[in-house]
Design a protein around this ligand. Sequence first.
Ligand code: DAH
Length: 346
Amino acid sequence: MANLEQLKKQALEAVKQSKDIKNLEELRVRFLGREKGELTKILRSLGAMPLEEKKKVGPAANALRAELEQALDKKSAELRVNSLKFEVGLDITMPGTKVGVGHLHLLTQVEKQVREIFKAMNFSVITGPEAETEKYNFDALNIPKDHPARDMWDTFWLRQNEQLTINKKLLTESKKLKVKSEKLLMRTHTSPMQVRFMEKHKPPFQIIVPGRVFRFEATDASHEINFYQVEGLMVGRDVNLANFKFVMNEFFQRLFGKGIKLRYRPSYFPFVEPGLEIDIEWKGKWLEIMGAGMVHPRVFEAAHYNPRDLQGFAFGLGLERIAMIKYNIPDIRLFYSGDLRFIKQF
Ligand code: DAH
């Protein structure tokens, strides 16, 4: 009993004085260790004790074990909290764990640049549906069925049941969309928004339409099955090609810098007359960068405008193409690879 009393004093005092976790664990081993713990030894010796002694020492030793375990745990918790405070309080310059912060994808950034430039020139930014009707994607743009020009846009057509779900959704989203029984496709360009917008608005106006488009094509370094375009449309009583050239010069200078050189080249698109393409000079080469032209009278007619009263220009540019030129990116597929090594560079 006397031994036990002494042990109790010693042990509890040692725990109280203990200054660090390592020392505390040493104490735990010293007193409660399975093999050689001082208290363990006493507990082990109980079996060989005379009954009277055992009756006294037994409960006292077990009580001490419980008390000691509790004291050790309490002290250990205390020390851990303190050591934490100590670390945090002491070295405030220690770098914390960095939280990964994301940023806008390069294409989003470029789209923003394009938007801002046009907004500064008083263009409005609008958007439209990615699932389109044949009417807006082709017919209204003077591309009738069986016209060879349709081959310019390899098309993803939607299956009947897909069409029904999308039609239902479109119908609830906007009661005015008359798409119920029409064949749907994934829009092959942003041009369908020309007629959709004109049907609901009166000129004069100037808009851009950024958005995702889809082509049923084999992919390679410069072709993807989905990519982004920015459509432009400016209509008024006497909007002319000189106005178009001014807007384009301004746009490309703001995007690529003052020294940029442009070349206007005749081209063909069913929805413009005359149609043209713009090339920019980049690192000593002419690169084709957009299609454009003066809005075709048939397109005005599709929107129930009178082509005698109005004229306007339209253009469409590929966002990836602009990003590829400006940031020296060799392959369009990189944009959609999800490869962080690429994405983090911009
Ligand atoms: N929609 C055309 C395409 O995807 C690009 C284009 C050409 C748009 C001429 C226009 C335009 O508005 O006038 O290839």
